[in-house]
Design a protein around this ligand. Structure first.
Ligand code: SAM
Length: 327
């Protein structure tokens, strides 16, 4: 059975004025988005931001739905610092308890259920990793507060020094901007690209810069010309959205990694900027985090972490998503 929003009470304004708690609950649950929210709150309390990140819906839309759910008594809120957390009313019993059970059952029949549950799992995992949250808060402040000599560039160089001497595969490497940086600290970097011209250009530049441990190879993301089990780190930076079958590219990266090897994916979060196909030759308009998670899991990766790490100031406000996982 598919659920559709139905205007249960809109034609009965008089009912609206002195609504009983039963009618309020029925109204609250007459919308599939609110069923989704109730189902998401089943496991743990969530903030508006977290619900936004899970459902990819706007803040005002979520707040409106939460308001109705709260008004019906099915959901409660509590403040912690600047944030408000929402949870299912633990005192909801009798009819209200049954409504909540029904809503959770109904939500299971919605098409969004699978991605909602994957995203919920991801958010709850991330909560445990407070460092990530702090990093995001710092990242937000970084651009706004001037600090003499402080820059992402300088931080990048500092972070590079931490890198152990790894064997790295940069898949869809382009001319090797990232490969060159990595090669300065890595044991070896293999840069793979399917454009003959780009590979020739990148190889010539690496030679000119005397980077003997950076090797360019012509090949496809979905079947890179690299020995299986030979690489410590596979990087796909803004490359996956060019792959015909992104899941296959992730599977291929898994194969070439040594046991406990790492994958790092930087890509665009799902967007609607159709012109990207024409302007940048993009095959996919970014990816929802839930798709990346599913493909990584299906390939056999563990310790999957995915988060949005940057948002562009200018329209169309591309968002960058970073996914990491271990073989
Ligand atoms: C947007 S660029 C990213 C370059 C680089 N990784 C970076 O972050 O700056 C995408 C690159 O992927 C390459 N590419 C596209 N489809 C590919 C495929 N199927 N296999 C290998 N490389 C591919 C393109 O030639 C291009 O150089």
């Amino acid at each position: 059975m598919a659920f559709h929003a139905f205007p249960l009470f809109s034609s009965f304004p008089s009912v609206n004025q002195h609504m009983s708690s039963t009618l309020k609950s029925l109204r609250a649950l007459s919308d599939p988005t609110r069923l989704r929210i109730v189902a998401l709150l089943e496991k743990d309390e969530l903030s508006v931001n977290e619900l936004q990140e899970i459902t990819r819906m706007g803040q005002s839309r979520i707040s409106t739905h939460l308001g109705l759910l709260q008004d019906s008594g099915l959901v409660q809120s509590r403040r912690e610092g600047k944030r408000t957390f929402y949870r299912l009313n633990p005192q909801a019993n009798g009819d209200a308890g049954e409504f909540i059970d029904l809503a959770i059952r109904g939500a299971k029949e919605l098409v969004e259920q699978e991605s909602d549950q994957i995203n919920l799992k991801r958010i709850l995992n991330r909560r445990r990793e407070q460092a990530q949250v702090y990093f995001n808060q710092i990242a937000g402040r970084f651009d706004r507060v001037y600090g003499p000599g402080r820059s992402w560039q300088a931080f990048g160089h500092l972070l590079l020094r931490i890198l152990p001497p790894l064997v790295v595969a940069d898949l869809g490497a382009g001319e090797g901007l990232l490969s060159e940086l990595l090669a300065r600290r890595s044991r070896k970097v293999i840069a793979v690209d399917n454009s003959e011209k780009i590979v020739a250009f990148g190889a010539a530049k690496a030679k000119k810069n005397n980077l003997k441990n950076l090797e360019f190879r012509l090949g496809d993301l979905q079947n890179p010309p690299i020995e299986p089990h030979s690489v410590d780190l596979a990087v796909l930076s803004q490359a996956l959205h060019h792959a015909e079958e992104p899941a296959k590219a992730i599977e291929a990266a898994y194969k070439l990694l040594k046991p406990h090897g790492q994958i790092l994916i930087l890509d665009l979060l799902k967007h609607n900027f159709e012109k990207a196909r024409e302007l940048y030759g993009d095959r996919w308009l970014g990816f929802p985090e839930s798709d990346l998670h599913r493909w990584l899991e299906q390939a056999g990766f563990k310790k999957i972490e995915i988060s949005v790490v940057a948002r562009e100031e200018q329209p169309p406000h591309f968002e960058t998503v970073l996914a990491s996982a271990e073989k």
